[in-house]
Design a protein around this ligand. Sequence first.
Ligand SMILES: [Zn+2]
Length: 83
Amino acid sequence: MRVFCRECGERGRITKTQRFSLDTSDLYCQCTDAECGHCWVMQMSYSRQLSPSAKTTTQLALQLLRQLPKENRQFILDGLQQA
Ligand SMILES: [Zn+2]
Protein backbone atom coordinates (compact mmCIF):
# COMPACT_ATOMS: atom_id res chain seq x y z
CA MET A 1 0.00 0.00 0.00
CA ARG A 2 1.41 3.36 -0.99
CA VAL A 3 0.91 6.53 0.97
CA PHE A 4 1.96 10.02 -0.01
CA CYS A 5 2.84 13.06 2.05
CA ARG A 6 0.16 15.70 1.73
CA GLU A 7 2.71 18.44 2.48
CA CYS A 8 5.32 17.74 -0.20
CA GLY A 9 3.90 14.88 -2.34
CA GLU A 10 6.76 12.45 -1.68
CA ARG A 11 6.13 8.82 -0.81
CA GLY A 12 5.46 8.06 2.80
CA ARG A 13 6.40 5.04 4.88
CA ILE A 14 3.98 3.26 7.19
CA THR A 15 5.90 2.90 10.44
CA LYS A 16 3.21 1.38 12.62
CA THR A 17 -0.29 -0.04 12.28
CA GLN A 18 -2.69 0.05 15.16
CA ARG A 19 -5.60 -2.27 14.50
CA PHE A 20 -8.80 -1.41 16.32
CA SER A 21 -11.04 -4.08 14.87
CA LEU A 22 -11.28 -6.47 11.93
CA ASP A 23 -12.28 -3.50 9.76
CA THR A 24 -10.45 -0.42 11.08
CA SER A 25 -6.84 0.56 11.65
CA ASP A 26 -4.74 3.67 12.19
CA LEU A 27 -1.63 3.85 10.00
CA TYR A 28 1.26 5.89 11.40
CA CYS A 29 3.13 7.37 8.44
CA GLN A 30 6.37 9.24 7.89
CA CYS A 31 7.46 11.20 4.81
CA THR A 32 10.52 9.67 3.11
CA ASP A 33 11.89 13.14 2.28
CA ALA A 34 14.29 13.85 5.17
CA GLU A 35 14.01 17.60 4.56
CA CYS A 36 10.21 17.42 5.00
CA GLY A 37 9.96 15.14 8.03
CA HIS A 38 6.15 15.23 8.08
CA CYS A 39 4.55 12.49 10.21
CA TRP A 40 0.84 11.76 10.19
CA VAL A 41 -1.86 9.22 10.97
CA MET A 42 -4.21 7.82 8.33
CA GLN A 43 -7.33 5.80 8.98
CA MET A 44 -7.94 2.63 7.00
CA SER A 45 -11.32 0.95 7.02
CA TYR A 46 -13.18 -1.77 5.17
CA SER A 47 -15.64 -0.22 2.77
CA ARG A 48 -17.61 -2.90 0.90
CA GLN A 49 -17.41 -6.28 -0.70
CA LEU A 50 -16.94 -6.55 -4.47
CA SER A 51 -16.87 -10.34 -4.64
CA PRO A 52 -17.43 -12.90 -1.88
CA SER A 53 -14.48 -14.92 -0.62
CA ALA A 54 -14.22 -18.38 -2.17
CA LYS A 55 -13.08 -19.60 1.25
CA THR A 56 -16.25 -18.30 2.87
CA THR A 57 -18.59 -19.83 0.30
CA THR A 58 -16.72 -23.15 0.38
CA GLN A 59 -16.93 -23.29 4.17
CA LEU A 60 -20.62 -22.39 4.02
CA ALA A 61 -21.30 -25.16 1.48
CA LEU A 62 -19.39 -27.69 3.64
CA GLN A 63 -21.35 -26.74 6.74
CA LEU A 64 -24.65 -27.11 4.88
CA LEU A 65 -23.62 -30.49 3.44
CA ARG A 66 -22.60 -31.81 6.87
CA GLN A 67 -26.03 -30.97 8.26
CA LEU A 68 -27.83 -32.99 5.61
CA PRO A 69 -28.79 -36.67 6.08
CA LYS A 70 -26.29 -39.03 4.43
CA GLU A 71 -28.59 -39.96 1.54
CA ASN A 72 -29.18 -36.29 0.68
CA ARG A 73 -25.42 -35.65 0.73
CA GLN A 74 -24.91 -38.52 -1.70
CA PHE A 75 -27.68 -37.13 -3.94
CA ILE A 76 -25.82 -33.81 -4.14
CA LEU A 77 -22.42 -35.46 -4.71
CA ASP A 78 -23.91 -37.57 -7.52
CA GLY A 79 -25.43 -34.43 -9.03
CA LEU A 80 -22.08 -32.64 -8.94
CA GLN A 81 -20.35 -35.54 -10.71
CA GLN A 82 -22.89 -35.37 -13.55
CA ALA A 83 -22.39 -31.62 -14.02
ZN1 LIG B 1 6.75 15.34 2.96
